[in-house]
Design a protein around this ligand. Sequence first.
Ligand SMILES: [Zn+2]
Length: 232
Amino acid sequence: MACINNCVIAQGTPIAYLNYALIAAIALSAIALIFFHRKISMKWNLLLKAVLLTSIFSFLITLYISSGGHDGGVFNAAHTIILFLILVFFATSYIFTPFIAQIGLRRHVDKKIERMLSEEAAKLGIKAPGLYLFEDANKSAFVVSALRKTIFISTGMIENFGNDEIRIVLMHELLHLKSGFFSAKRFLHSIRAGFFGLLPVQLEELDTIEEMRLDNELMREGLDIKKIRSKL
Ligand SMILES: [Zn+2]
């Protein structure tokens, strides 16, 4: 209680109001998400999640700044440590995810696929991301965006898919990178990673909706994405 009193309320006016605003933003976005998440549009959903996660994040930072005012003890130490860990995990996830994803994988090099990737990136008018082919019998492909954007594809997929199909897979992954949505999601995922995944915010449904949107985009161009999905 002493901590709440000191850090949240008994501050200079600007910080106190900022704290009230943040608490209100956390409460309102949480309530809206709990009660309406099935009824609201995708855009609103993403916006509310962004508001919720960033206000929790900011609230911890103002708490940290304002905690200097009272003699610390356990509370002070605890929230300094928590804030530090959250920042470290957030930064690690935001910056280093592609490097973390590579741990334990064996790299495989294929010049032909690298060439296809730069051709497709040029067609979309975006900078070609890194390509990391890895040895794994399972068929998988995904893209990770951080300091360096990287597309990961397993050798299982390369062996089972023809050139044309690999090209569609590459296009799909590149479309992820091209969408602004993906950057917003990357930020949210990193904040959630910062909280060790403990925040009860579901981001998976956003992923599913994005997958469907990209597939539709490819199908409009006459590409047979269904056939590829069925082989996965
Ligand atoms: Zn995808």
